[in-house]
Design a protein around this ligand. Structure first.
Ligand SMILES: [Ca+2]
Ligand SMILES: [Ca+2]
Ligand SMILES: [Ca+2]
Ligand SMILES: [Ca+2]
Length: 658
């Protein structure tokens, strides 16, 4: 670079000399900067300093001029030096969108000589600052008298003022140029976002408008400004409208329109179209109530039976899922409250994508049933409750989730509105089918047995599906007392508030049962499992017996997941045994029935004897606990009988093992 520039400079000097010789030279800055340098032609050195240096014997007066220190910046050098000007590779032409050109700044001494001292040149431009142009480098170090970088148009349109700055010796030297960039043509239109992506039906409260944004890009892929865009809706059902049907892209290429909800639930797309005919559609925008309705409430637990009767701090995650009357997910940010009859639970969560979760943790209170109401196991090996109680086992927890929402109905005439019980399905009986905290809706089981009318939500601690005096409730109307359903549909889809419905909200709710299970096995007052024989089991030679026993935890709930049952016969003779279930127990809130299979050997002279041991190994949360059961076996006397000439033996009919 240095060498090339040197030759150029020498060439210029020669030309100047020729002109002077012909008498064509006029007084100029060039004459001044090259003052007395007539000996240049005789110097062929590549060194600039020696070419114009004070050592030249042909011109002793040059020794007083500083030809090596930076004096000015611009474009060119010597006779063609243009002070304050940045050289542009494409000259004065217009740069195409996305086009690239070189920018050159020369650093010269007072004599127009390129200087070799290290100098930093800083480039900048309006469009670069607005991120609509790219510079190859903004800071260029030069020690050759020249600094170059590249300029790329990237969304910039029209004139862009470019500057180059050098700070030197307490002076600031600048050079500039203007590049004109051609307007790009529209290359693509893209959907950007809809905020929010779901809006509420007109007149139902909440957010009833959404801003839908598109972005327009040029052929180079950079966003383009000032492009006219037209908008259209895919449907105008229910009075859905666009606030503005046209728009102009901003400096980042964005253009937006606002959609206003109608009165009918629908999904809609917005089309954006440019004057050149390019168009695209938005993602689906949902117009719905956005309000949770009762029959969409789903509450689930990550662990239905955490091993926590004896241990604090065991967690189960409760997740509520909600949707509105059209079964569209509720908007993000819908609040849900939680409470529990046992342990502790986080008080609330805010939905994202239609659901949210809280943690339940084991601790006191642990629901405990008084002795006189405790369960018993019947001959059927099932749990029974005294006094007609619906539930009578300790360790059973009710978790309740509530939100503000609407009752459900069946939209029989499909107009998206509730038109009264003669047209649409809404069951509001005051009979027992409406008692449950979460009645089965008519949408699920039909109007005959369903119930859609909701009383205030309550924590059904005793699991009897009725609100009892000692059960907490959500006093939605804040009147200090528990209220049953009002007999009519309450929700924003009420068509005519004059009759048979109103737009009031209600508590929508979901509940779930959690069992705080224990690894300790339930045994009756004699220390036996219900069904376990208290006396010896008599088995005739070659015969089998199966014995069913109740298998539950200390509260009559299911034993923990992972509980295993094994059978041992080392302390018994002439008998084989197996047990079912033979695999580890799965997660269950309910007890099960265990079966012990016994088979005596075929040899009638060898009677079964001793004890078969069943071992139940269950986790407690603090290690495993093993419960061992012993079942004694014996063989009955056999009878010798004659059948013709043959002597045969047969088991005794008595169970007496002597
Ligand atoms: Ca209807
Ligand atoms: Ca009601
Ligand atoms: Ca109750
Ligand atoms: Ca109340």
């Amino acid at each position: 670079m240095q060498t090339k520039t040197t030759f150029k400079l020498i060439g210029t000097a020669l030309l100047s000399l020729v002109l002077t010789a012909c008498g064509g030279g006029k007084g100029s800055a060039l004459d001044n900067t090259l003052n007395g340098a007539s000996s240049v032609s005789s110097t062929s050195s590549s060194s600039l300093s020696s070419a114009f240096g004070g050592d030249s014997s042909a011109n002793s007066s040059a020794s007083s001029i500083d030809t090596t220190s930076l004096s000015n910046i611009g474009f060119g050098s010597g006779g063609t030096f243009q002070p304050g000007k940045i050289g542009v590779g494409i000259g004065s032409g217009t740069l195409s969108p996305g086009g690239v050109t070189a920018l050159t700044v020369n650093l010269v001494s007072i004599t127009g000589t390129l200087v070799t001292q290290p100098v930093t040149v800083v480039f900048n431009s309006k469009c670069f600052a607005a991120q609509k142009a790219l510079l190859g480098a903004t800071t260029v170090e030069s020690s050759s008298g020249e600094a170059t970088t590249t300029y790329t148009a990237n969304g910039c349109v029209g004139d862009d003022l470019i500057t180059a700055t050098v700070s030197y010796d307490e002076k600031v030297l600048t050079a500039q140029t203007t590049i004109n960039v051609e307007q790009d043509t529209v290359g693509s239109v893209r959907f950007s976002d809809a905020s929010p992506p779901q809006i509420n039906l007109k007149g139902t409260g909440g957010t009833e408008t959404s801003v839908v944004r598109f972005q327009v890009f040029g052929s180079t892929g950079a966003p383009i400004e000032n492009i006219d865009v037209e908008f259209a809706l895919s449907t105008t059902t229910g009075g859905l409208v666009l606030v503005n049907t046209t728009g102009k892209t901003n400096s980042a290429g964005y253009v937006s329109t606002t959609v206003q909800a109608g009165t009918v639930a629908t999904s809609v797309r917005i089309t954006a179209k440019t004057a050149t005919g390019l168009s695209t559609q938005s993602n689906v925008l949902v117009v719905s109530t956005g309000i949770p309705d009762q029959n969409s409430m789903s509450l689930s637990l990550s662990d239905l039976a955490p091993i926590s009767w004896n241990v604090d701090g065991v967690e189960s995650v409760a997740t509520i899922r909600m949707a509105d009357a059209f079964n569209n997910l509720v908007p993000d940010g819908t609040a849900v409250s939680f409470t529990t009859s046992g342990g502790a639970i986080e008080s609330s969560c805010i939905t994202k994508d239609g659901s949210c979760s809280v943690k339940w943790k084991s601790q006191e209170p642990r629901p405990t049933i008084p002795d006189f109401d405790e369960f018993f196991v019947g001959p059927d090996l099932k749990v029974h409750c005294p006094n007609s109680l619906a539930e009578c086992r300790s360790g059973r927890v009710k978790i309740l989730a509530t939100s503000i929402g609407n009752e459900s109905f069946v939209d029989k005439n499909a107009n998206g509105l509730y038109n009264g019980p003669l047209v649409d399905g809404f069951a509001s009986s005051t009979t027992s089918k409406c008692y449950p905290n979460i009645p089965l809706s008519t949408a699920k089981i039909g109007a005959i047995n369903g119930c859609d009318d909701l009383g205030e939500a309550y924590l059904d601690k005793n699991f009897n599906k009725q609100r009892d005096d000692d059960e907490e409730f959500v006093d939605f109307n804040v009147d200090g007392s528990f209220n049953s359903g009002d007999g009519i549909y309450n929700g924003v889809l009420c068509n005519n508030e004059e009759s048979e419905c109103n737009k009031a909200s209600v508590s929508v709710r979901g509940d779930a049962t959690l069992v705080m299970s224990s690894g300790y096995v339930y045994r009756d007052s004699s220390g036996l499992l219900p069904g376990q024989p208290s006396t010896e089991v008599s088995i005739g030679a070659g015969n089998s017996k199966s014995i069913n026993m109740f298998l539950g935890d200390i509260n009559g709930n299911g034993l923990p997941m992972g509980t295993t049952i094994t059978v041992k016969t080392d302390t018994a003779s002439n008998v084989t045994a197996s047990v079912s279930p033979s695999f580890a127990l799965g997660m269950s809130q309910e007890p099960t029935v265990m079966t012990l299979f016994l088979k005596a050997g075929d040899d009638v002279t060898k009677k079964p004897s001793g004890s078969v041991i069943v071992e139940i190994k269950a986790p407690t949360g603090l290690g495993n606990v093993t419960t061992a059961l012993s079942v004694s076996v014996c063989g009955p006397d056999t009878l010798e009988v004659r059948d013709g000439n043959n002597q045969v033996t047969a088991p005794a009919t008595t169970s007496n093992c002597d």
